[in-house]
Design a protein around this ligand. Structure first.
Ligand SMILES: N[C@@H](CCC(=O)N[C@@H](CS)C(=O)NCC(=O)O)C(=O)O
Length: 258
């Protein structure tokens, strides 16, 4: 197995953790094929491939090697394809610490978006089935009335937990605002994994136009509506600037269904 063996990135279209790794691969020029999984149907393949009792995306696979969990994927990519230009050794500790802090708001951000989002079932079903095979589309649409409440319990989409999520997001947005007063990049004078993590994990709130889902008018209005409170904050403006400057075309090579 060599570096020339093709890399596959398993994602869910709307997943911001997936976007983090997709962006990293694009920026580093590491070739990969993206396989977009349909929510709910993703569970079993990710459980089996990840071998970590987790069902999450992103997951990368090269031949028989599978790596799940975005910080573990960053490490693995650095070892196998590195040194990554976005993980300069002299700043690695600091970058990894910032990566960790923004990885921690991924779930609060999802929670915060789905509370208003679930008032728009047609939109959620359309997003969830964007890359579905015909049978998956039938399955997800038919079982949506069961999948939705299960998802709400799993992701703790209830008023109390969403209120906590809002506080946590707000605190990180304030932290980011303070940090970017010292320079355009979070660490050093170039784009690093710290910037990619912060920008992609906050992207569903910032709605950068480069993103094919977060950038749509419908997503902005129906899912990110309450995030309007931060829309003009320096932090979310920074996210949009980093996207405009460093993201490039998303899905230049469109993902395929699993
Ligand atoms: N710690 C993980 C979190 C990934 C995560 O929560 N992914 C979400 C999508 S944004 C997911 O796969 N949710 C479905 C599930 O948990 O089965 C990482 O950094 O990769």
């Amino acid at each position: 197995m060599t570096i020339n063996t093709p890399l596959t990135l398993f994602t869910i279209n709307m997943s911001h953790y997936s976007e983090k790794i997709r962006w990293l691969l694009d920026y580093e020029g590491i070739e990969y094929n993206e396989v977009a999984l349909t929510p709910a149907v993703h569970t079993l393949p990710m459980l089996i491939k990840g071998k970590r009792a987790e069902t999450t995306v992103p997951l990368v696979q090269r031949a028989t090697t599978c790596v799940q969990d975005s910080p573990r994927i960053v490490n693995w990519l650095n070892n196998e394809y590195g040194p990554l230009k976005t993980l300069p050794a002299q700043h690695e500790q600091e970058i990894v610490a910032i990566q960790q802090r923004f990885d921690e708001i991924g779930k609060p951000v999802a929670r915060y978006l789905y509370l208003p989002g679930f008032a728009h079932d047609a939109l959620i079903k359309d997003i969830w089935t964007q890359f579905a095979k015909p049978w998956e589309e039938v399955f997800v649409r038919a079982f949506y009335p069961v999948i939705k409440p299960a998802f709400k319990v799993k992701l703790k989409i209830n008023k109390k937990d969403v209120a906590r999520a809002e506080q946590k997001i707000d605190a990180e947005i304030r932290w980011l605002e303070e940090r970017i007063q010292h320079g355009q990049y979070l660490v050093g004078d170039q784009l690093t994994v710290a910037d990619i993590t912060a920008a992609s994990l906050l992207a569903p709130l910032a709605c950068p136009e480069e993103h094919p889902i977060y950038g749509t008018a419908e997503f902005r209005e129906k899912m990110a509506g309450p995030a309007q409170q931060w829309a003009d904050s320096p932090a979310l403006k920074w996210v949009r600037e980093i996207y405009a400057k460093h993201r490039g075309v998303i899905w230049a090579k469109p993902p395929v269904a699993a």
